[in-house]
Design a protein around this ligand. Sequence first.
Ligand code: OFO
Length: 161
Amino acid sequence: MDKRMVDGLNEQFREELASGYIYLGIAADMQARNWSGVANWFAKQAHEEAGHAMKFYHYLFQRNERAVLSTIEAPRKSYERILDAFEAALEHEKYISSKIHELVRLARELGDLPTENFLQWFVTEQVEEEAVPNSIVERLKLVGDSPHILFMLDSELAGRQ
Ligand code: OFO
């Protein structure tokens, strides 16, 4: 594979691990404040991100390259409001979508059809990755910070498997 593609895939491998780290950081903050449903949602999201990272890991080896582990910065430690946490998640997912799209453009430029095809799963996945936090952000903006509503949302998010 072209070195630019290998480096780009490894960078995305790191980004996916970093996504998991960011979401586990939010989960820990929410758990510490007893919003255990919100914490559950973010912990499940962190788990899903580890799965995304492993797709890059396996793909690199399938193409006779190797996955490289690099430094991941410590994520933000606290979020004042639940809305802030979901807004941060939404912004992060938009950033991840832009990174995936850059990789698709690179694969096209290099004529790397298998990698372009591999990345299609992520292109589709990112639509949902943005849509879910976006809908929670919109709901929270509509209803405000009333404790009653936040408790209902917390119980709903506790159900995420
Ligand atoms: Fe949240 O989709 Fe991967 O990073």
